[in-house]
Design a protein. Structure first.
Length: 238
């Protein structure tokens, strides 16, 4: 395999980036330091909020900031760039144009993993930010593979946003039971799997077994595996 240095546009959010890096290490099939992937990470926590901009609540455009981060990573030698943030997906074209190298987003990697996990997939529950749902990135990518997004009703979506912003991002205790109940209701509406379409939710899932729906597809895990392949290293067997 040809090895490549991969750049990570991080800080979106900071804890989720740290968890993503942990998963890259743990999911690499490596017996020595030298067999792990080479990464250069830009932990730019000051990138403007993606959801606030997408919903018109802020004029601070995160796209140019993330694009500048990608350019700096390439200047440091990155031969490809990954963006471990679901709500950043709509800004991928701006980042790609600035980077001039392959840029891999998390949504396509996650949907590809869902398709590979569930035979005959046609209905997927999506737990994500208001910004991701408004941008319809999961809706569009799922439609591309012949599947439909099933999203929470407004009351349940408020629970998801509270977990993401008021609990995980704020460093507070998470109401896991409430989140699990939202996932269960998506499954009851016919979702064959539930996607954790926000990296903060991946952080939650790592510390609990309360998400009891039959199949959970973790966007951080999906992008971590895609990153390992992008870097030219083998992925550890399940």
């Amino acid at each position: 395999m040809t090895r490549r240095l991969v750049g990570v546009v991080g800080g979106v959010g900071p804890l989720a980036t740290a968890y993503f890096l942990d998963r890259v290490v743990r999911l690499t099939d490596a017996a020595t330091d030298q067999e792990h992937v080479d990464l250069v990470v830009h932990q730019r926590a000051s990138i403007p909020d993606r959801t606030a901009f997408l919903l018109g609540r802020s004029d601070a455009d995160p796209g140019p900031v993330m694009a500048a981060c990608a350019r700096e990573l390439v200047q440091l030698g990155a031969e490809a760039v990954v963006l471990p943030c679901n709500t950043a997906e709509p800004f991928l074209p701006v980042v790609q144009a600035e980077a001039g190298v392959e840029v891999v987003g998390i949504v396509r990697a996650t949907v590809a993993e869902a398709v590979g996990t569930v035979p005959g997939l046609d209905r997927v529950g999506v737990l994500a930010t208001d910004g991701t749902l408004a941008a319809r990135t999961y809706h569009d990518e799922l439609a591309r593979v012949g599947a439909e997004a099933v999203v929470p009703d407004p009351a349940d979506q408020a629970v998801v946003m509270r977990v993401i912003y008021e609990q995980v991002k704020a460093g507070r205790e998470v109401d896991v039971a409430a989140l699990a109940a939202v996932a269960d209701r998506l499954a009851a509406r016919g979702a064959q799997c539930v996607v954790l379409g926000c990296t903060e939710l991946s952080v939650v899932a790592a510390s609990t077994t309360a998400l009891t729906v039959a199949t959970v597809v973790d966007s951080v895990e999906a992008l971590a595996r895609a990153t390992i392949r992008l870097a030219g290293a083998p992925v550890a067997a399940p």
